[in-house]
Design a protein around this ligand. Sequence first.
Ligand SMILES: Cc1cc2nc3c(=O)[nH]c(=O)nc-3n(C[C@H](O)[C@H](O)[C@H](O)COP(=O)(O)OP(=O)(O)OC[C@H]3O[C@@H](n4cnc5c(N)ncnc54)[C@H](O)[C@@H]3O)c2cc1C
Length: 444
Amino acid sequence: MKLARPASTKDSKPSNWAGNQSCDPVTIEQPETTEEVAAIVTRAALRGQRVKAIGAGHSFTSAAMTEGVMVDLERLSGLQKLDTETGLITVGAGMILDDLNLKLDEVGLALPNLGDIAVQSVAGATATATHGTGTTLGNLATQIVGMQIVTGTGQILQLDGDNQPDLLRFARVSVGALGVVTSVTLQTVPAFNLHAVEQVVDLEATCEDIEDFLTSSDHAELFWFPGTTTCLTKQNNRTTKQPEPPSKAKYFIDKIVLENGVFDLINRTSRRFPSTTERLRKLMVDAASERELIDKSYRVFASPRHVKFVEMEYGIPREALGEVIGRVNAGIKQMETAPLFPIEVRASAADDIPLSTGYRRDSAWVAVHQYKGMEHEPYFRMVEGIMDDYDGRPHWGKMHFQTAETLAPRYPEWDGFAQVRSELDPEGVFRNDYLDRVLGVVES
Ligand SMILES: Cc1cc2nc3c(=O)[nH]c(=O)nc-3n(C[C@H](O)[C@H](O)[C@H](O)COP(=O)(O)OP(=O)(O)OC[C@H]3O[C@@H](n4cnc5c(N)ncnc54)[C@H](O)[C@@H]3O)c2cc1C
């Protein structure tokens, strides 16, 4: 069984949400304090063991997998400090975003943006530059103003605006390579409501001015059905109107039965009986419907995901999006059968975090998915080949086939990150197979 917190599966190997990654750590530690984390890292380093922190195990890559010591921060996930005047909140790094959202809501605060789900841990989500959509909003790591981190030598560092601010800039997105983050201070905003509008539209018409679409709302995204010209747009705008959430029964029917249950059935049927795929695709497109609601921001941003899939997502320069959609569409037409899973398109603002996928680039995001147990590699490689032509940066927590060699030219401060890594983790305690592939081995 796979749990949201994989390390708590005591009698089976930890595995990720999608079930495509698992590992066999020598031990799983659940420290309660930063000092305990420091002791774990020091002990492991002396024994020549590797250490890897795991969040909620929601990465599709093996970023959090290890055959060494796995550090699960479930017990380091409490509220540490809250200032409602400034909106600054400090939490244990293992806190789950859903819990953070509820804590913030109680005091009239919120995160300015979220991705599609909120079951990740704060440290895990920020370590991979998890993002939502909104042309003026950076990824979740851009909200970090301070953090505590245990380095590869067991040293505890407090990083913030006054203490080694440049190191903080590097540590905000580190894919777990710089140390075990034990607490995170985030800048939040006053709580807000969103007016959500979902519409079924023509992809080509929307792509005629895709920039206009993306900038037309605070948070705009689209889901396009491969093999068709139909897409579902979601436009969320801040509103001062009061929430009018759907009833529990309607929520259950829309989100659990239709978005998850029926969608799962459609995919399962297509996997088992491929000849039904085109009929199922039509059924799915016909079922896409318009919707409108007003609710608290975090309840609009995130929704439950019960259908298991694997995903690859690329950030590209926003101005290239229209062309890229056209090329992906052409590539799909060459496939024997177009995938059923909708392709998600989003946007985010540039930032100054060296390993952030949005580093100094206003980005558009194109995410492709494949249902569990179905072949994904030729499809993902075809899309990745297109993204390569635009210096595409793959999401650190989602599948891709890049290596340190191919990624380095896409990150102007790559060498600076490598230098920081060799200072904070000179012996490569935090190495794992994924980091060896995508960042290279630590140079001491
Ligand atoms: C259904 C689904 C929907 C998703 N939707 C989105 C989305 O909308 N937008 C988006 O951008 N991404 C999305 N993702 C990807 C997801 O947000 C990232 O993969 C994220 O990293 C998962 O967080 P986690 O807590 O599960 O981290 P893990 O997967 O457990 O770990 C991720 C990385 O963080 C490191 N890490 C974790 N904790 C610490 C720590 N305390 N100190 C140092 N390093 C640490 C791990 O070592 C690893 O390298 C989605 C994933 C799934 C499965």
